[in-house]
Design a protein around this ligand. Structure first.
Ligand SMILES: [Zn+2]
Length: 291
């Protein structure tokens, strides 16, 4: 059955615990269709996409959250980004084939993960860091919330080649609850979910099945979509970092510089005139004034 790409937020009102559930299918396909990742990389990418959307759902902001796993092992880079409107994109770099049956910690070596939150109106992003020495992406993000945010968190992630799922439960700091066992009960219930259920049942049915004895308030689901709309700007910013002589040589040899966006596979092509506009805009406007 086709899953709907969406985020479902909910709260347990008597318990000061919040939850969010994400299922992605079309977004995962669009994120990876040009890259042809092997199944295990595709699964990691799906988990990272779900994690970035769920983390984004826990903060009120206008901007984007990026989860960037910088590995020192066979998994070199795993990147997923979600805007606050759940516009998602992601990519991976890896040694093919990845070692079979390796844990996340083994795949990433002595790596680290950066969590970047870029608010649209702020120049500097907020950045958090955690090492990658965890058995899974979910365990790493869970530890991040506990260590950096002091928020008890349980994260469940499932992914296969065509679909991915995430469920986040988080205990809110303000605990006036008279049900001391509430957190233990909910996290145990969440652990009863199977991968098969998570990747096939509709979200509302999963929430009802798991928590039917609790008072759950479910908010209107928010659609998630694949989004790579500022890649032209990013490519140009990247070109400005490259040695200009190298770019000029490339134009001399081939007539153009071509850069393909790793997220959406769109190709941007620059000839000598385009390059001048991108790399030294002040010179161009000065010389056009002289003419
Ligand atoms: Zn792009």
């Amino acid at each position: 059955m086709a899953l709907v790409d969406a985020i479902h937020r909910f709260t347990f009102e008597e318990l000061a615990i919040r939850g969010a559930l994400v299922q992605l299918q079309g977004v995962l396909k669009q994120t990876s269709e040009h890259a042809q990742y092997p199944a295990d990389v595709q699964s990691l990418l799906g988990q990272a996409l779900c994690a970035s959307a769920l983390m984004s759902s826990t903060i009120k902001y206008d901007g984007s959250l990026t989860l960037q796993v910088q590995g020192q092992g066979a998994l070199r880079l795993l990147l997923a980004q979600s805007t606050n409107q759940y516009g998602l994109r992601g990519m991976a770099r890896f040694d093919d084939p990845l070692p079979a049956d390796a844990s996340f910690a083994q795949l990433t070596g002595q790596g680290r993960t950066l969590i970047n939150i870029q608010a649209n109106k702020q120049a500097r992003p907020w950045q958090g860091v955690i090492d990658t020495n965890y058995p899974s992406v979910a365990a790493m993000i869970q530890a991040y919330f506990v260590q950096s945010e002091q928020l008890d968190t349980q994260l469940t992630l499932f992914a296969n080649e065509t679909a991915c799922f995430g469920l986040l439960l988080q205990k809110l700091p303000d605990e006036n609850s008279d049900d001391a066992d509430g957190w233990d009960r909910l996290t145990q219930l969440a652990q009863t979910l199977t991968e098969d259920e998570a990747l096939s049942l509709p979200a509302a049915e999963i929430i009802n099945r798991l928590f039917h004895e609790e008072t759950v308030r479910i908010y209107e689901p928010k659609p998630a979509s694949f989004s790579c709309n500022n890649c032209g700007e990013r490519v140009e910013a990247m070109l400005r970092q490259v040695d200009r002589a190298e770019l000029d040589q490339l134009v001399a040899d081939t007539g153009k510089v071509e850069v393909t966006c790793e997220f959406c596979a769109k190709t941007f092509s620059y000839d000598a005139v385009d390059l001048a506009k991108v790399c030294d805009p002040t010179t161009v406007s000065a010389s056009s004034r002289v003419q």
